[in-house]
Design a binder for this molecule. Sequence first.
Ligand code: ADP
Ligand code: MG
Ligand code: MG
Length: 880
Amino acid sequence: SKWVYGFGAGRNEGNASLRDLLGGKGANLAEMASIGLPVPPGFTITTEVCTAYYDNGQKYPAELQGEVAEALARIEAAVGNKFGDHHKPLLVSVRSGARVSMPGMMDTVLNLGLNDDTVEGLVAASGDARFAWDSYRRFIQMYGSVVLGVDHHRFEEIIEHAKMDAGVVEDTDLTAQDWHRVVAGYKDMVAEVTGAPFPQDPQAQLWGAIGAVFGSWMNQRAVTYRRIHDIPAAWGTAVNVQAMVFGNMGEDCATGVCFTRDPSTGEDIFYGEYLINAQGEDVVAGIRTPQPMSEARAKPGERSMEAAMPAAYAELVAVRATLEKHYHDMQDIEFTVQQNKLYMLQTRNGKRTAAASLKIAVDMAREGLIGEVEAIQRVNPAALDQLLHPTLDPKAKRTAVAKGLPASPGAACGVIVFSADEAEARAAKGESVILCRIETSPEDIHGMHAAKGILTTRGGMTSHAAVVARGMGRPCVAGAGSITVDYAAQALTAGGRILRAGETITLDGATGEVFAGTVPMIEPQLSGDFATLMEWADKVRRMKVRANAETPLDADTARKFGAEGIGLCRTEHMFFDPERIGAVRQMIMAETEHGRRTALARLLPFQRDDFVKLFRIMAGLPVTIRLLDPPLHEFLPHGEHEIAQVASSLGTDPEAMTRRAAELSEANPMLGHRGCRLGITYPEIYEMQARAIFEAAVMTAQETGAAPVPEIMIPLVATRRELEITRAIVDKIAQEVFAEMNYHLVYQVGTMIELPRAALTADHIAEAGDFFSFGTNDLTQTVFGLSRDDAGKFLQFYIEKGIFAKDPFVSIDVEGVGALVRIAAERGRSVKPDLKLGICGEHGGDPASIQFCESVGLDYVSCSPYRVPVARLAAAQAAL
Ligand code: ADP
Ligand code: MG
Ligand code: MG
């Protein structure tokens, strides 16, 4: 096989498609050269050499030496210099480059080929002794530390002494003689440290550097990096050897690194830095202050490249257009200017922020560089999530005091409060508050709503706090186990600090970090680009996107973000208002059907009103309403005061109430008296809910002329019989209401598939229902036998140990939970081909899970309102 590929000098043996073989750097050097860009000639030793080297007891393939010699000869011919020649010495750089850029690999060695003899040739050829000796000392320094392993401090000491002797402060003030002396000092020091003279033979230097690149592939840093990022050791690294060009030859020389567009905003402007009369890493080394590229970005006192080197800058502008046109993407480039002539040393697709990725994709599609479909694929849907919320200013200084789960994106800052009531009270006075709880319960909803952000110390990504916060678009850090909350003391301890109620904290819901004090934030900027990309996405997606919403506010948000209906309206969420919770408790605690009916009659008007509002907002779009589902214990009165209240409303004594509460408490409520089991044992509950829905639907139809499309959903069904019984309740009430109000409308009754048995018997269940909605939160819980409220304690450990690749509550477990979804979809449709299928678990807003939903052929996904844009984009990508 061929081990060495040349580039530049009119002969390009590689190209960008050979990244695996040539590494990213080598492949793109060849590509740039082949499209006519000015690339100093060179060659790439392939990654296969690296693999062969390690497979054969660290020996090179026999042909390598010859191929390198031949490729080197071609560089010599192209440049007109000779390696090791006294008069016209060729100097090269030796650069590593794997398939993916990888920290931990060997640093680049520049100016290789210099020795005591060739440095004189460089003096003569350049007519600049200072430049030549500076280049030589740079070479010894780089080669000494990178290849020979000499501590870089040893080199710096020598320079410091030289500067003291010369009485100067800056490196740039040292003369040719000074650098000459530094070189002598370096050589002595290297000989002393390594026990051998500094290699003078350019061939020995070259092979030493090549060996060091391959050696660095197995160094500890690189091995660790590969392990963390799942990069196989077998990929190997390539080595690039390239003729030097000099940015350090005087005032008409420079070196720089830049992006073809601004990587933080996406703005169409050169973004980056350059330095006149400098080489290699000087720009990032921080010894001198680099200057901006474009005049538009120059601050007072700065000298842009555009102003200082107009000719070279103009060349670079042309290169930029060529590169973007060729790669169809924003590039991150490295260049050098030697005596006003531009040379390209590297290009790759540039990393960028979420905001920039959106702007660049849309701009490039408008400029015709890419198509709309390509633009859709360019933007990571998860990145949109960040764009819809305030974020912490990346420039702000901060130290986290704790870290929990990134449960709901966005940043929030406010004073600590420990109860929902306190949150509401202080927010009403115009304060920004962060609600800090060990965990939240449905009774905290009003406080969560009032808060700017939510922090819990217990619970996972689908804990109550996390789900509700995402639904409301509130930033949330959940399960921050290192924080202890002491309600009695009204204080929390985080990172060894005590923070009291009323003190300010900041949350970053995107990273899970918690900060003491205020961290500056940036507001989201939803430009027209966002709407444009969404429009393009909507054109290509097949699945509909609905929202999980129960309040008018959520429903409005959902519509604003483009939801095409409600996929899950959790009726129990409508019961937590202080006004209503009393009636709910009264209903639960009643010991007779009559008692329950009295309480339900109180709830009916509230429910009906809620539905009217939702139906109005959704204006003819489908609205899936789930009948009462949660374990009743969630509504039980706590403490003497609440118990006494309920007792008096029911006309019984508190003692009887306490007894009843004990009766109702369950060992395992999630698998207890909940879901359709409630509707079957207490049909009057579902009767009331069905009545509220149908009355509201008819009222809305009569009022607006647009008939709502209610889809009534029965939760936690395991058997067909359960669905038949509950459906009969709903149908009966529908007929009653339609007759009473003299109006008929179309509705559907379906079920959630959230128990394994339901999935496996979906063909039977489908016969009794019009639609399925996969409740993948509960389905994940029941398939894994994993309590979502308790899993937080060990889930992180499982993920760190690789037992779970991802949190199955965040991204659907395709192999297990997904298999059941697939089975249920197939079996359901085998008896009812037009059975409507959707998903309403948290997975409905997760791009990877959405991809899976597309593959199963679901009709829609439903997610929290703020995730609707994410889902629209992800559904489009899934359809492509
Ligand atoms: P990294 O992967 O760390 O960016 P590079 O191999 O790109 O390392 O080298 C770093 C810098 O060294 C380049 O940005 C460039 O300034 C300089 N350099 C590399 N090769 C050459 C060369 N042939 N001529 C001039 N400068 C070079
Ligand atoms: Mg580089
Ligand atoms: Mg459920």
